[in-house]
Design a protein around this ligand. Structure first.
Ligand code: M6R
Length: 616
């Protein structure tokens, strides 16, 4: 949560920092702020609201300076208002900070600083931290880097910070524990960029250093960056990586919203996810990260999947896939529960952690716990080089490309693609799948991108259905088997971007309670694919109809039975049930998208949310 951008170099910092903040706005958009300096402060501007509000208040103001720090906030301590916005300045007026994370012991530090005469104008933990740094600097008469280090060794919590001293405008200190930070390096160290991810500086440099947890960097113009361990001051050789992402990937490409663009990217994202792994000519699935540990996978007594939100729903689909195709018992846990409930991890268990961002705090903590109990942890992440990707013993990237819309779409289908590959591979090696079954699944999987493409063509029909139900206060989603998690995901998509209350249920559970909600104003989305528990779901549909509920059914192409009773049908191409979530998900994403647009909601940045949840 929260996005940080910084620039130090020979260019004007303002446009770089503002554009960068816009790219990082997915990380939080409660308030925004920027400071510009050139030996003295030329401008410090903060506002509740978005980066566009910040831009407005800086119009016709002094924004000169080759040093700048900016911040877009997801509020934790203190309501979203101007005072609580970053950057924060120390009592002397010299030290400046932007911070992503939470300082848990800020209250006790604040009390101590108050007794020493410090004053505070905000309710934030960050203002406490910058004054603690100031206190360390004054007390020890030391350089800024050392003061930051001393202060950080006194705090408990998580942070990615950038700090500078207004009187020393050629140096920025950055540090990280639990929240990501990347440093872009210009030619001959003539300029440096700092950001929560590399997107703000893609057009300026491809050379980047990602700090690891418990590391800090001293960035000085014209000098190589120096990286040290915060705890003991050990020198760390910076690992300069070449960025593979390009600018086009993080722009809207003609779509009205990132979410719509990302829905439409699913054919290529799924293809990129299995490219080089799925070899349909030879019926082989090649996954180095699984192959290198194949004995562990084949001998696993149990697989535990940990994840949050949409990734947790993908994990549920994974459970159905792995149990059905490879006959290995699977449990799916919310990472936030797993980490706090002393889970039983036995020798021979494998933990699979799923996360688009690779930064979700709960999932990261669950991984650390599983590792401490001796588990082998496999990660499925989208963001290359993310904390989870680095923390896991092995793993597979989803290769979906940057997902900017807060609502996960292509991350979900590509996570399921990786899980399908794993399930098929293990199923075939364990002898649970015959060669011909494997062959059929592989052939079908290789056709998924073109089937998704075909499905996207029905967008207009879905838009018409959206227009009918856009004002519904509630909505139910029902599915069975492989499509029960898809029902949960459909409901999550609708509630998070349109603020309509929605719930997903296994279709047969309806009679145990939710059926009481059904009346003529209740839309019910039912996934009724031909190869699922079709007849049973048809009975569920009848039960809803006889209570006057409105049915939006997702059916297999050519279906006539459901068409006769449903109010609306959306057809998906013929596919085996195990692979059907890769198709049934698409119309549900589009339905939520159009409803949210028609309700005038901010689709890409829904209220109260952030893309990457790096707090508990
Ligand atoms: O980055 P992660 O996959 O770990 O994120 C987990 C959830 O926060 C995320 O899936 C969230 O539920 C999405 N906003 C749903 O669209």
């Amino acid at each position: 949560m929260c996005g940080i951008v910084g620039y130090l170099g020979y260019r004007e910092a303002y446009p770089i920092v503002i554009n960068g903040l816009q790219r990082l706005e997915y990380r939080g958009y409660d308030s925004a702020g920027i400071i510009l300096a050139n030996g003295s402060v030329s401008g410090l501007y903060k506002t509740k609201g978005k980066v566009s509000d910040l831009q407005q208040i800086t119009e016709n103001k002094n924004t000169a300076g080759n040093l700048g720090l900016g911040h877009t906030r997801w509020a934790t301590h203190g309501v979203p208002n101007n005072e609580n916005s970053h950057p924060h300045v120390s009592n002397s007026g010299n030290l400046v900070i932007v911070h992503n994370g939470i300082i848990e012991n800020y209250n006790s530090i604040k009390k101590e600083l108050l007794t020493r005469g410090y004053t505070f104008s905000s309710d934030t933990d960050t203002e406490v931290l910058i004054n603690l740094i100031e206190e360390m600097k004054t007390k020890n008469n030391c350089k800024l880097g050392q003061a930051v280090q001393l202060a950080l060794n006194n705090v408990v919590g998580a942070y990615a910070i950038a700090v500078f001293d207004i009187t020393k405008p050629n140096e920025i200190i950055v540090a990280r524990l639990g929240s990501p930070i990347a440093i872009g390096i210009g030619e001959n160290n003539s300029e440096f960029f700092i950001a929560s991810d590399a997107s703000p500086f893609l057009e300026y440099t491809k050379d980047a250093v990602y700090l690891d947890d418990e590391e800090m960097a001293i960035i000085k113009l014209g000098r190589e960056i120096r990286v040290r361990k915060i705890l003991n001051n050990d020198i760390v050789e910076p690992n300069v990586q070449e960025l593979k992402m390009n600018l086009e990937q993080i722009e809207k490409g003609g779509f009205d919203h990132f979410m719509l663009k990302e829905i439409h990217e699913q054919p290529s994202a799924i293809l990129d996810t299995y490219r080089g792994r799925l070899l349909p000519e030879t019926d082989v699935i090649k996954m180095g990260s699984v192959d290198n540990h194949i004995a562990k996978f084949l001998n696993a007594k149990r697989i535990v999947i940990v994840a949050c939100g949409t990734s947790w729903h993908a994990g549920l689909v994974g459970e159905y896939l792995i149990e059905e195709l490879a006959r290995i018992p699977v449990e799916v846990e919310y990472a936030s529960e797993f980490r706090y409930r002393n889970p039983i991890i036995n020798k021979g268990d494998i933990v699979i952690a799923i996360s688009q961002s690779g930064e979700t705090a709960d999932t990261l903590a669950a991984i650390k716990l599983a590792k401490s109990k001796g588990a082998f942890v496999f990660g499925i992440c989208n963001v290359v080089g993310s904390s989870i990707a680095r923390e896991t013993d092995s793993g597979a990237y989803t290769h979906a490309g940057p997902e900017i819309g807060v609502a996960s779409t292509k991350a979900f289908t590509t996570q399921i693609t990786v899980l399908t590959l794993i399930a098929l591979k293990l199923g075939s090696l364990k002898g649970e799948l015959s060669n011909s079954e494997l062959h059929n699944y592989i052939q079908e999987l290789s056709l998924i991108p073109s089937k998704v493409q075909e499905l996207l063509k029905v967008s207009e029909d879905i838009e018409k259905i959206a227009a009918i139900y856009k004002d519904a206060p509630n909505c139910l989603y029902l599915g069975r088997g492989f499509n029960f998690p898809v029902a949960l995901e459909g409901a999550l998509k609708l509630k998070e971007i349109s603020y309509i209350h929605a719930e997903g249920y296994p279709a047969a559970e309806m009679k145990h309670g939710p059926i009481a909600l059904i009346d003529e104003s209740m839309p019910v989305v039912v996934i009724a694919t031909k190869k699922g528990h079709y007849e049973k779901v048809v009975s569920n549909i009848q039960e809803i109809k006889s209570r006057k509920g409105k049915i939006i059914a997702i059916v297999t192409k050519g279906d006539t039975q459901v068409r006769d009773i449903a109010d609306h049908v959306i057809e998906i191409p013929e596919i085996s049930e195990a692979l059907s979530p890769l198709l049934t998900t698409i119309p549900l994403q589009l339905l939520s998208y159009y409803i949210a647009v028609m309700r005038g909601c901010n689709v890409d940045q829904p209220r109260n949310l952030a893309k990457s949840v790096t707090v508990e």
